[in-house]
Design a binder for this molecule. Structure first.
Ligand code: G6P
Ligand code: ZN
Length: 617
């Protein structure tokens, strides 16, 4: 174990620590197959990463930095099994390659949005404003919402200098390099103590040092720039406000405790599963109706998102929320009421005046959603005259939009709101989705809706806020079926079949079924990035339907890009209903008929031998 400068008592930043007798070594290696990053970094079984050094990340980062080695890089992870071993390995590789400053959070754990905040804000001597950050990149060790453990997943993701996930060009170059790798450089050295005080420095080579940084500082600054913490503290301390936050034992847990308990003064009982664990307590840390089952139950909900009528809603928390393994996803619920991620985005957009980050700048300059997300956002954006972008799945596409001036008729990029059906919501305060940000956004909406509601009077609930929204804009019934662990060949066969049988066919070709549901057309989504002009194709197959009522409906098929073995087919279902007398139905029920029609059309059971999805959310 490397020790910091002898005689150091902690408490202040060290000027310099002793170098050890570590030497740079070059080790021969050969390529590992299949190291192409997916929707969000590269996720593989943990055992694959026992060769972490064998990954051409730093060479790629240098190439994308104009051939110059990076000066400052952040390395942090979501705390899953192998987190700290990987940090030690990566620190050695970075030092051996000449990165001067390696910033690692004390104890190694940070949520993904917190890493983005460090990249964007942290100056050489600590905190800084947005845009003043000096790190040129961050290495985030996470497989997000995938389970963790020796037999489960580990992942590595690279974020670029604005704090955003690496773009297509970077990930493609990285992949090509993994096919050619012959050697890597590392240090022959002991590990460092990640639990040492913040500010501790380890001089790994004469020109490279590790500094242990405060995990919270920059991220808290970012959140405080978005929300009125004093106002929220006042609202949440009302005796009739109660909340329940499920950290799923992920990295977001410690940030939730810091914000909800330490900053806003909520009781510990507002938290559940808020201690980060290497195997997430054996759970699947994905905040959806299936995997956040205890929270779902404690919010008076059934697994299909409908209210459990046997529970008295007045005894339930006013707000329920969960974050995923790396704290970037969120689930939002009210008492006996589940808010779909697509609706959540639309609601935040319509209520931007409740959020100081937007309200103080006169509203939103732009919004964006991923293609498979529902069009609920588009309807609000249109009504409010806000430019709305539809991108492929993956946060990197939002990052580009947010950081550009051109796409907004020359206006500055901010303030910007974006999100995905996959429980991701965020804004331009960082360049990642942000689970805790979404929770504070909803708290702000609730707080504003309850201005003037005196103690003893009933609080305006999440249910009321959302149903009023539907009455105004119509409801987009939405749900998703996942077929997990399908053989890759069958999954591809389903996609090929849809492509060859429906895409480009004339709308008159198809007949309505008994229920009057008719396929009217199909297309394959591709995207031309308005900022850098890059084209991304094959981003999902869209089947457009017309219902007996004449209302439109849509079913999208897409293969997941975040699994580590086999394939996951996702089927996204959506239909629009203007009539508020028909809004009070659970989404999976409202979409069941459409789902059956689509599954039959694409021959799902015949091709995959699956007669039911693994997850409905
Ligand atoms: C990650 C990414 C998201 C993306 C999601 C979808 O969470 O950060 O941006 O929407 O994966 O993953 P999928 O499994 O559908 O490719
Ligand atoms: Zn995540």
């Amino acid at each position: 174990m490397l020790s910091p400068l002898p005689g150091w008592a902690g408490g202040e930043t060290l000027s310099m620590s002793t170098a050890t007798d570590s030497e740079v070594v070059t080790v021969s290696t050969s390529p590992i197959e299949g190291m192409r990053p997916g929707t969000s970094g590269l996720r593989k079984k943990t055992t694959v990463w026992e060769m972490t050094e064998n990954y051409s990340l730093i060479d790629t980062a240098m190439e994308s930095n104009g051939g110059k080695m990076l000066d400052t890089v952040v390395v942090a992870g979501d705390g899953r099994y192998y987190n700290n071993d990987a940090i030690q390995t990566i620190a050695r590789v970075l030092a051996a390659n000449g990165v001067s400053n390696i910033w690692i959070p004390q104890d190694g754990i940070m949520s993904t949005p917190a890493v983005s905040a460090v990249i964007r804000r942290r100056t050489a001597d600590g905190s800084g404003e947005d845009g003043q950050g000096v790190a040129q990149g961050g290495i985030v060790l996470t497989a997000s919402h995938n389970p963790g453990g020796p037999e489960e997943d580990f992942g590595i993701k690279y974020n670029e200098g604005l704090g955003q996930p690496a773009g297509e060009e970077f990930t493609e170059t990285l992949y090509e390099k993994t096919l050619e790798i012959k050697s890597y450089r590392t240090l022959n050295s002991d590990g460092i103590d990640l639990s040492a005080p913040v500010g501790t420095e380890y001089q790994l080579t004469p020109t490279s040092k590790v500094t242990l940084i405060d995990p919270f500082e920059n991220y808290l600054d970012a959140l405080k720039s978005c929300f009125d913490f004093d106002g929220l503290k006042q609202f949440t301390s009302r005796p009739d406000f109660r909340m329940l936050f499920d950290g799923m034992h992920g990295a977001g847990s410690k940030f939730a405790r810091r914000v909800l308990v330490d900053e806003l003064g909520m009781p510990e009982s507002a938290l559940m599963r808020c201690d980060p664990l290497p195997d997430f307590g054996g759970c699947h840390p994905d905040p959806n109706l299936t995997y956040a089952s205890e929270l779902v139950k404690r919010m008076g909900l059934r697994a299909d998102g409908s209210a459990d009528d046997s529970v008295d809603a007045s005894s339930l928390p006013v707000l329920g929320a969960a974050n995923d393994g790396d704290g970037d996803r969120n689930l939002i619920a009210g008492a006996g009421f589940f808010v779909t991620p697509s609706d959540s985005m639309a609601l935040i957009c319509d209520n931007y005046d409740a959020i100081p980050q937007f309200a103080s700048k006169g509203g939103l300059n732009g919004v964006a959603r991923s293609m498979p997300s529902s069009a609920a956002l588009d309807v609000v954006a249109e009504a409010r005259g806000i430019p709305c972008f539809v991108t492929p799945t993956g946060w990197k596409f939002f990052g580009n939009l947010m950081s550009s001036k051109e796409s907004f008729d020359g206006k500055d990029y901010g303030p910007f709101l974006c999100g995905e059906e996959s429980f991701g919501t965020g804004s331009d305060h960082v360049r990642e989705k942000d689970g805790l940000w979404a929770v504070l956004a909803w708290m702000s909406i609730l707080s504003k809706a309850n201005e003037g509601v005196g103690e003893g009077e009933p609080l305006t609930s999440v249910r009321e806020i959302v149903t009023r929204h539907w009455a105004k804009y119509g409801r987009h019934f939405y749900c998703r079926y996942d077929y997990e662990g399908v053989e890759s060949e069958s999954a591809n066969a389903v996609m090929d079949f849809i492509r060859s049988s429906f895409v480009g066919s004339d709308s008159g070709t198809f007949e309505a079924n008994e229920a009057g549901i008719r396929l009217v057309g199909a297309e394959e989504f591709s995207y031309e990035d308005p900022v850098d002009g890059s084209r991304t194709s094959k981003q999902g197959l869209i089947l457009n339907f017309e219902l007996a009522s004449g209302d439109p409906a849509r079913v999208v098929f897409r293969l997941s890009g975040t699994g580590s073995s086999g394939a996951t087919i996702r089927m996204y279902l959506e239909r629009y209903e203007k009539d508020s007398s028909r809004h009070d139905m659970s989404a999976p029920v409202a979409l069941k008929e459409l789902a059956d029609v689509a599954l039959k059309l694409v021959k799902m059971e015949e091709t995959t031998a699956r007669n039911a999805p693994t997850v409905i959310t």
